[in-house]
Design a protein around this ligand. Sequence first.
Ligand code: GLP
Length: 267
Amino acid sequence: MRLVITRKGVGNWAAQYVKQQILHAAPTKARPFVLGLPTGGTPLEMYQHLVTMHTRGELSFAHVTTYNMDEYIGLPEGHKESYRTYMFENLFNHIDIDPAQVHIPNGNAPDLAKECEQYTTSIAANGGVDLFLGGVGENGHIAFNEPYSSPAASTRIVHLDMSTRIANSRFFNNDISQVPDKALTVGIQQLMDARQVLILVSGHKKALALRECVEGAISHAWPITALQMHPNVLVVADKDACSELRLKTYSYFKELQDQYSHIEALA
Ligand code: GLP
């Protein structure tokens, strides 16, 4: 695992990284770039930057296929807080992606178990994910894999932890009763299968989760720690998110950062 501590804003840095990866892959219709996508407050800035890059003609999504990590179960179609609405409003409506290449779990599917099975199969059929982007919950959840999720779990129906529903109630008029208690999520296994993972972490609220992610032991109590077993994980964090790290850890990763200075310079 590599930790990059950016001074530029996590979303800005991540957008530059994503752009670099897509341009480097030079995707074609026959060989698209497969991108895994998160929602939440943290990636919003990244999506704004990606839209700007597209508007300026610097980045095309014509040969990009996307898979979102998760979706609430039971929100009416078109609900303003569904992750489908979020993704179209913040990214897909503003870029040149082929809507047929957009994949978001359907939390209203008549057969949710079948929806999960098909989602997993579809990712594999598209050759797997090249770059899975993600955030982290204050309790260490990744996608909607809550504490005590199995690291071997696949796409499935999950029950949301109360702390997650409280954290997400800010999007639902601060009313927990409006936050769904179930969701569909890719499993930790789908993240482990991705060729590369980039996790975005910002703010003091995430400091404990980042500490566990980087310094903690692998534990299902902190699902994000499973990524320690992935050979190609990059975590980009701001200084506030690093406030619980040991000085030794912080200094070590700061020393390694030269190799990412070209991204920092662009951000
Ligand atoms: C949400 C999402 C996660 C996201 C996390 C953090 O519940 N399901 O995929 O990473 O919580 O969100 P935020 O960036 O708003 O803190």
